[in-house]
Structures are given as structure tokens and as C-alpha cells.
Design a protein around this ligand. Structure first.
Ligand code: PLP
Length: 285
């Protein structure tokens, strides 16, 4: 099936989609992105993704490439043209194309925008969640502003590769104080022996995941005890359950951490219940 990408105002065949060699995204990773789930042909939590996009852009002093309602129409058109039913939409905005110079380009340089959408294999995702995933820990080596969803992802790329090479699905960054920050492309959670769900506060140390925000609502709805505080790897090794959250993986149980089984080594009850109910709480308009 042919795929299309939206590139700076035009829908072009995916294989022919191009950006300029002096795009600041390419030259400096000077841009931001969003990944939004598509379910039954509709965008999940679009409002929150749009809010986070605006915030990331503001923090980097990049203009919104177009008004929100226009962007929303392009989202829908891209999803429709790619005939996506269950999948993801990817959006990237950079500071635009300009002669290479680290400082900001001249005023009036238009931000570049690229949007793509593709189907994912829901059955495969479900199977992965039913089995649970392995994670490994890696030292935190990112800049302090990971609350901005920047395309500058080199430490995340290296962490994910380290995980792959150890047969794991995800890597958890551990800061200099010994606390887990988050995964290379997901937020990190544990459930203590006492049954409290623990996740790091969304300060500057992590990305405020949209899935994380929705899962906090599911936790409240289930009457579970939540502790929004940093946790150590020792706590993670001793946890009853662990899981990760992201728009592409929803809630996915973690069954091994650094080669050690979590709990009894099978997906936990709380993680599985949160996964089951997550979409009832996500916003679809
Ligand atoms: N943390 C990082 C570093 C991520 O890259 C992501 C998603 O890609 C998340 C957390 C989860 O965010 P969301 O739930 O909005 O997908």
C-alpha cells in the first residue's frame, strides 16, 4: 500500500519525501517531535499531544508551524491518506532551513514540518505485552531538559541499542544519585511489595508522557496507592511488578530487570489491569 508524508505543505509519496540538507533538524537536531497513537482511525489524546508540542516549541523558541486547528486537519488528512486504522502518527517540527550557523537563523525563517502515519501490528503488540519485556539499566547521560520532546536523541539511541544487544526491549536511565529517571522511549514504573505504584515525578528529569498522565487517572480510578517519587534500581529488583508506558506500547509489563526476574517473572496483575483499562481513559474526539 502506498504511503504518504506531509512535508512543508505538500502530501508526497513516502519514498520521495525529502528535507533540505541544511534543515536545522538534520544539522543540529534543532527540533521537536510528537508520536500519537491512532486507534480505530482516530487520534488518541490529540489535545494533550498538541499541548506538549506547543510547550516544547515554546521552550526552544520555535514558532508553531501553523495554527492548532489547521494542524489538526493535516493530522486527520495524513491518517486518512495512509489508511491508518491502528497505528501511530509521527510529527516533527524543526527551526527550518538556513545557512549553517549554530545561532538562530534570521527572523522569518519558517519552521519545517513533517508528518507521517503508519499502521502497527496490534496482535504483535498484544503478544509482546502478554509475555512481558526485559529491561536493562544504563547510566543517565542526557542533558537536563529531557522534559522537552527534542529530536536530539543520541543517548536514547545508544541506550536502546545497549538493551537490544542484551536481549532486552528497553533501557532505564539511572541518575548519579542511583534513581531511575525513565526509559529510552517510555516512562518507568514499579509496584512495591506493599502494592503501591511508584513513578518519578514529572519534573525536568523525565518527559511528561501523555500515557503516564492518563495512567495516573486509571490508577486513581482503581483506588490504587500512588507514590510519585524517585525509586532506585534496588527497589526495582525487589518490586512485585514493573511496567513501562508510551504512546506506542501503552502499558507494557516488565518481567526481567538486568537479567533478574521481576516478582514471579510473569506480567503483573496491576500492570495488566492498567493496560486493559488505559484506552477507556484516553481522550478520543
Ligand atoms: N520518555 C521518553 C524518553 C520517550 O521518548 C517517551 C515516548 O516516546 C515517553 C517517555 C513516553 O511518552 P508518551 O507516553 O507521551 O508516548
Amino acid at each position: 500500500m502506498s504511503r504518504f508524508a506531509y512535508v512543508n505543505g505538500r502530501y508526497v509519496p513516502h519514498r520521495a519525501a525529502r528535507v533540505h540538507v541544511e534543515d536545522r533538524g538534520y544539522q543540529f537536531a534543532d527540533g521537536v517531535y510528537e508520536v500519537c497513537e491512532i486507534r480505530a482511525g482516530r487520534l488518541v489524546d490529540e489535545r494533550r499531544h498538541m499541548d506538549r508540542l506547543e510547550r516544547s516549541l515554546q521552550e526552544l523558541r520555535i514558532a508553531m508551524p501553523m495554527p492548532r486547528n489547521a494542524l489538526s486537519l493535516v493530522f486527520r488528512e495524513t491518517v486518512a491518506r495512509n489508511r491508518v486504522r491502528d497505528g501511530i502518527m509521527y510529527l516533527q517540527v524543526t527551526r527550518g532551513v538556513a545557512r549553517r550557523d549554530h545561532a538562530f537563523p534570521p527572523p522569518g525563517t519558517r519552521p519545517s514540518i513533517v508528518i507521517t502515519a503508519k499502521n502497527h501490528d496490534l496482535d504483535k503488540l498484544e503478544q509482546g505485552a502478554a509475555e512481558g519485556v526485559a529491561i536493562v539499566s544504563v547510566p543517565e547521560n542526557r542533558w537536563p531538559r529531557v522534559d522537552i520532546k527534542s529530536v536530539s536523541l543520541l543517548p536514547n539511541v545508544l541506550a536502546k541499542q545497549a538493551a537490544r544487544e542484551q536481549g532486552a526491549k528497553e533501557a532505564w536511565f539511572v541518575d548519579a544519585q542511583g534513581y531511575v529517571t525513565e526509559g529510552s522511549s517510555s516512562n518507568a514504573w514499579i509496584v512495591t511489595r506493599e502494592g503501591s505504584v511508584v513513578t518519578r515525578p514529572a519534573d525536568f528529569g523525565i518527559l511528561r508522557g501523555i500515557t503516564r498522565t492518563v495512567v495516573l487517572e486509571v490508577i486513581a480510578d482503581h483506588g490504587l496507592t500512588l507514590e510519585e517519587r524517585p525509586f532506585t534500581m534496588e527497589e526495582a529488583y525487589a518490586a512485585r511488578e514493573a511496567f513501562i508506558t508510551s504512546a506506542t506500547q501503552f502499558v507494557t509489563p516488565v518481567v526481567r530487570i538486568d537479567g533478574k526476574p521481576v516478582g514471579n517473572g510473569a506480567p503483573g496483575l496491576i500492570a495488566s489491569a492498567l493496560r486493559r483499562d488505559y484506552h477507556d481513559h484516553a481522550e478520543v474526539v
